[in-house]
Design a protein around this ligand. Structure first.
Ligand code: PLP
Length: 410
């Protein structure tokens, strides 16, 4: 058990109720929901109950939810199949339809970015929208980027590194007006923000169990009725013939329970989390010199604190914090081990040397104010220790170099 877990954007602990709900499906309830006997029917009923719970959290119909192996698969399915469907349309390649054009952003998760890159190699064209220093896109720029051959807009609901929330409703309106499909990667947002998909104008939405206190390896894709999305995995007739493979029953039941719990007293939990976040941010900015907050103060996930400390390496800070029992991240979990500065911070205009000194602390509702205090004390101590061995810091202290100007301070 770690001392203090502050990496909830990477994954969240499974709630005991979720674990309890899953256990029978790892024991006596091992039926395959495709069967016709009682054990199978019971599995099928449990699966449909989970689907119904999830649909209720989004205000959509049960048949609009497809179970997948998680956020990565949902993103791949939505994007690749939207392009495949467009290519099959009769008017493809005629008039202004030169090829398939996708609009996305520079700060998406790699599940979206690498999928788009793969499609570019097959002849698609992709516009990667810029973001401002807070990490938000401009809806005006989005609208300007639309072409006659644009087939999909894919913009994440909230960013996994800096927690910035995008203007989803406005994007939905633009997509509707231009008759373009709108997909959103809501992996970090689902279970933390209300997402009434119909009112937000979302056509497809990706979510993942392990970011909202559910199990790993399970997620879903919401697909609005009327969107004819081609199947992604071919095989049996599971998920109404769209996503073959025997269903992950423990995962599905666990995800259903996690979804139910996440949407019960959500506002209360998020408020508690945001209070810890604000306290942590305020103390770090006030008590550690040369620290800056990355992202927006207003449009920010409740649990996200992303701070850069000049004159240090984020990776080195992580090692020291680990020795103190604190789990944190330098960038997104997927980029850990990479020497490249985060593509998100780069897109927001942060210079490389500042981006290298970035710490992402992501809070969960189970954390406490006492843990925030302990984390601040450890971070102060570790940053000071690293700066003692930093030639850049020494240069600055001896007056040979000025620090770069810093952004948000409280
Ligand atoms: N999208 C975002 C925004 C994420 O943060 C993640 C995981 O960190 C994913 C997609 C991938 O989700 P999964 O781990 O369920 O494949």
């Amino acid at each position: 058990m770690p001392g203090i877990y502050l990496d909830h954007a990477a994954t969240t602990p499974v709630r005991p109720e979720v674990r309890e709900a899953m256990l029978p499906y790892l024991k006596e309830q091992y039926g395959n929901p495709s069967g016709l006997y009682q054990l199978a029917v019971e599995a099928e009923e449990a699966m449909e109950a989970a689907r119904k719970t999830i649909a209720a959290t989004l205000g959509c119909e049960t048949e609009e939810i497809y179970f997948t192996s998680g956020g990565t698969e949902s993103d791949n399915w939505a994007i690749k199949s939207a392009v495949e469907a467009a290519k099959k349309r009769e008017d493809f390649g005629t008039g202004g339809h030169r090829c398939c054009h996708i609009i996305t952003t520079q700060i998406e998760h790699h599940a979206v970015l690498h999928t788009c890159r793969a499609l570019e190699e097959e002849g698609c064209e992709v516009t990667y929208l810029r973001v401002n220093e807070m990490g938000q896109i401009s809806v005006r720029e989005l609208e300007k980027a639309i072409r006659p051959d644009t087939v999909l807009i894919s913009v994440m609901t909230a960013n996994n590194e800096v927690g910035t929330i995008q203007p989803v409703r406005e994007i939905g309106k633009i997509a509707r007006r231009h008759h373009i499909l709108f997909h959103t990667d809501a992996v970090q947002a689902y279970g933390h923000l209300p997402l009434p998909v119909k009112r937000l104008g979302i056509d497809m939405m990706s979510a993942s169990g392990h970011k909202c206190n559910g199990p790993k390896g399970i997620g879903f894709l919401y697909v609005r009725k009327g969107v004819d999305l081609p199947p992604f995995i071919h095989g049996g007739g599971q998920e109404r013939g769209k996503r073959a493979g025997t269903e992950n029953m423990p995962g599905i039941v666990g995800l259903g329970m996690a979804a139910r719990l996440a949407h019960t007293k959500m506002a209360y939990r998020e408020k508690k989390t945001a209070a810890m976040r604000d306290y942590l941010i305020r103390r770090l900015l006030n008590e550690v010199p040369f620290a800056r907050l990355n992202g927006s103060l207003r449009y920010r996930l409740a649990g996200n604190c992303n701070i850069s400390f000049q004159f240090i390496e984020g990776a080195a800070l992580l090692v020291l914090l680990d020795e103190e029992g604190i789990c944190a991240a330098a960038g997104s979990a997927c980029s850990t081990g990479s020497k490249e500065p985060s593509h998100v911070l780069k897109a927001m205009g942060l210079p490389d040397n500042i981006a290298h000194g970035t710490l992402r602390l992501t809070i969960g509702y189970q954390n406490t104010m006492e843990e925030m205090d302990r984390a601040v004390e450890c971070i102060k101590k570790c940053v000071a220790r690293l700066r003692q061995n930093s030639p850049e810091f020494e240069d600055y202290m001896s007056g040979r170099k000025m620090p770069l100007s810093f952004g948000i301070r409280l």
